[in-house]
Design a protein around this ligand. Sequence first.
Ligand code: GTP
Length: 644
Amino acid sequence: MFNLIKNIVYIHAKSPKSKICRVKWRAVITRTYCEAPIDYTQIPIERIRNFSIIAHVDHGKSTLADRLLEFTGAITKNSGQNQVLDKLQVERERGITVKAQSVSLLYNYKGNEYLLNLIDTPGHVDFSSEVSRSLSACQGVILVVDANDGVQAQTVANFYLAFGKDLTIVPVLNKIDLKNADPDRVTKQLQSLFDIEPQEVLRISAKLGTGIQSVIEALIERISPPKVDRTAPFRALLFDSWFDKYRGALSLIYIQDGEINVGDEVQSCHSQKTYSIKSLSLLRPQEVVTKKLVAGQIGLIGCNMRTSKEAFIGDTIHLSSCPVEPLQGFEPPQPMVFAGVYPMDQSQHVNLRSAIDKLTLNDSAVSVDIDSSPALGQGWRLGFLGLLHLEVFSQRLQQEYGAEPILTAPSVTYKITLKETKQNIKTGREIFVNNPALWPDTVHIEETFEPMVIGTIITPDKYLGPIMSLCMERRGVQRNATNIDNDRVMLQYDLPLCEIIIDFHDSLKTISSGYASFDYEDNGYQSSNLVKLRILLNGTAVEELSNIVHISKAQSIGRKMVLKLKEMIPRQMIQIAVQAVCNGKILARETIKAYRKDVTAKLYGGDVTRRMKLLAQQAAGKKKMRMVANISLPRETFIDVLKK
Ligand SMILES: Nc1nc2c(ncn2[C@@H]2O[C@H](COP(=O)(O)OP(=O)(O)OP(=O)(O)O)[C@@H](O)[C@H]2O)c(=O)[nH]1
């Protein structure tokens, strides 16, 4: 129905009266969402449960969420829908959850209707800010652990996140249908690591739908209802938002106090701006329009916020006539990995800017600064929580907004103490640099520092040797090692962040045949001997390819980059010298021989159409290249050159 109306109005929108039509259309859309069959506002607070599902990646959160949706009738059984809450194309293609999603479920327990608000969260370390945010709206969590894999690094991180927020934890062992599942062993792990009593642990198979009822009933019995006050003035926490083409920014709110009605005037504590509430809805998981939301509920508000900056994550919303004490917001996530993002050519600048604007609304963990580069023109320097986050963001830019940007090599934020000069006496000698192009000249540098992390690795003990060698090779220093059962060990290492952002996780998975898991947390700065490694193409430095490295690794990284570039840069009309240079010294060099690619050479005689086709193909290929120092580089060079 929705699509039908969209099409009809699209046709009208092309008519001279398009403006009027669009206004009408918005009104129609609002009415086409189904009306709530029951009055959710009548459900008393004691019968509301707000919870989240947390787990290590791939332990089955989204599958369990599907079963909960089916069991409570939010979606029909055997609808053929899997991972219903993984809505984004990138989530379905990669099989991972990137965005937390929420859904309100109804369940009749012992003759009473309960409202269960579920938030499905991502498991990968790069998206932990999504998890942390979602937990602010919950009183409890389902901690899902794979009965075959057992406790993994993100299980530990997620457990402590929930434990630190004083949430009730419902431990659930999933995948008990697997042949190698060993629920007794995993129950012991939970007991020894987290003091969880074995009788509290539920055993289910989300895939087969075994034990789902026990999960729902444990949620109702063990998790307490939200501590909210429906008689107090309206106060809500804005914890997620996304952009709707027709309605502007939509925000997901958790209502702490009071109630909100369509037409109410609300104010943001962050910006002090006021808005009129245009729409209120619950997600089941499709939008269900309602006229009122009350304390304890999680709902979606539309209030004509036009730009991404207006929907501030962690903001408190209240009635403009009734100011309130702001709720505790969130620690803003700290971007760890930075990369330059540039349009393929400057004519796409405006489109890319609007795509980035909209996507950052949906992914507030991304930081955005304006940047420019001599080779790539005007662009942005974006900050991400990790490399996977960066890749997912770039994939979403392509899939959801059709933008094909160039990404430069990722970098972390280094700290530098400069030598004292007349100028910096006033401005301070400490600077932070996340763009190698802005690295100061060696003569001005007194000391350099790099960001560190505490890495947690859980692995079967037979892989201990290669894992310890990998950590040493990445300049890691061991903190401790604990046995979590007869054949599994938890290791903790101090590691430089720059050593783990690119391919540490992949290497770890390879050497442990996929059995080891990794998670990390920020651990401040440490003094370190860092240098800038430049890449020259035919004598011209390509800043976009330069990299900050530890002095002990300059030679080996320089060699590797040069070889990789030789592989990646297609042969061209001129010979290309690729050099890696550090402190004025050439560390490595390779030559790419000249090659005259005449695609039509083999076509003797007059087959003009074939000739034109080949030339067109060649031109299309060239479009995907970027001219740097008179040399065409494939779009992916800047990021792929650092991967193994
Ligand atoms: N055998 C079996 N497989 C399961 C079960 N539950 C989930 N799986 C499978 O495990 C894989 C991962 O499941 P997901 O639900 O996507 O896991 P997730 O924790 O949501 O993953 P992320 O969102 O990426 O963190 C999928 O292939 C599921 O089909 C189960 O009970 N038994």
